[in-house]
Design a protein. Structure first.
Length: 299
């Protein structure tokens, strides 16, 4: 009777090492950097080598979200003590001078693509506001129950998407600051949710999660404002992702992967790159937390 001889353990180890090396070699080189918030600090991640540095300390507050305004200034959504009371605030941060300017008490702040119109939630209303010569002009966008969940995604110089309440139940609306009115986007709502969505200006499309609210298996799709889906991301189906930023010079998307370890239940994170043209995804960094929002800057 013929007997099969087991492979030596050294051969197995070498084979696995070779396979891992091949997978690492397949990952693309990426340049540029990501600004992100981590507790009290504004930090920067270099995509080329994975190095992180502290840009500035924001004091006793925690950075909840960050969003762009211009090459020099960014908007921070922070939470922390003011006069012995914790509150949500919007802080304009100058990357060159490291100066902070508190704008309003509010949250979910976003600048429209013109960098002039600010949209934010004061806890019971969404406002759009812009600065005149000596004052701020404000337009009320919508009222909502106190501290309801609000999502805001700018899509042009004069308009933005928003939803209020639980995903799946919350109407998805488009507000136009010129016409000063909201339009319900029923078809887009049927294919997209705003949580974890990013607007890709180069495609005039929203990159968003798609799937029923009760389904744990949601995929990312590209959809225009009419709700027409042009493509979907070919991501590993057994992992949980959040889209964070679009990289125009590579036509790629940066995503964060999160999971809990099987033994201890500890939260873990990794950074992925999705090449839209090649429809290929790569895990480019492990053990890196980026939060729920980042700002991409080219080198």
């Amino acid at each position: 009777m013929h007997r099969y001889r087991p492979f030596p353990i050294s051969f197995v180890i070498l084979s696995l090492a070779s396979l891992a090396a091949c997978q690492q070699a397949a990952a693309p080189e990426v340049s540029g950097e990501l600004l992100f918030g981590s507790g009290h600090y504004l930090a920067v991640l270099a995509l080329r080598n994975g190095n992180t540095d502290i840009v500035a300390s924001i004091g006793d507050v925690d950075i909840q979200e960050i969003s762009p305004r211009s090459d020099r200034r960014i908007l921070l959504n922070v939470f922390g003590p003011v006069n012995q009371k914790d509150s949500h605030r919007l802080v304009l941060f100058d990357l060159e001078t490291r100066q902070q300017l508190t704008f309003f008490e509010g949250r979910s702040g976003r600048y429209l693509l013109d960098g002039q119109t600010l949209v934010y939630d004061d806890g019971s209303r969404i406002w759009a506001t812009w600065k005149r010569v000596n004052y701020w002009e404000k337009v009320e966008v919508a009222q909502h129950p106190f501290n309801a969940k609000v999502r805001i995604v700018p899509v042009s110089d004069t308009s933005f998407l928003y939803s209020i309440g639980s995903e799946g139940d919350a109407p998805l609306q488009l507000f136009d600051t010129v016409q000063r009115r909201s339009t319900k986007l029923t078809r887009l709502m049927s294919v997209c949710e705003l949580e974890g969505a990013i607007w890709i200006q180069a495609r005039s499309e929203l990159l968003c999660r798609s799937g029923s609210p009760s389904s744990g298996n949601k995929s990312y799709v590209f959809a225009n404002l009419d709700g027409v889906v042009s493509a979907s991301m070919q991501l590993p189906p057994d992992k949980s992702f959040r889209a964070l930023a679009y990289i125009p010079d590579r036509d790629a998307v940066v995503l964060s992967e999160s999971w809990r370890t099987w033994m201890s239940g500890r939260q873990k994170w990794a950074v992925w790159l999705y090449d839209i043209g090649e429809e290929a995804s790569h895990r480019i960094l492990e053990h890196q937390y980026l939060g729920s929002s980042v700002i991409y800057r080219p080198e």
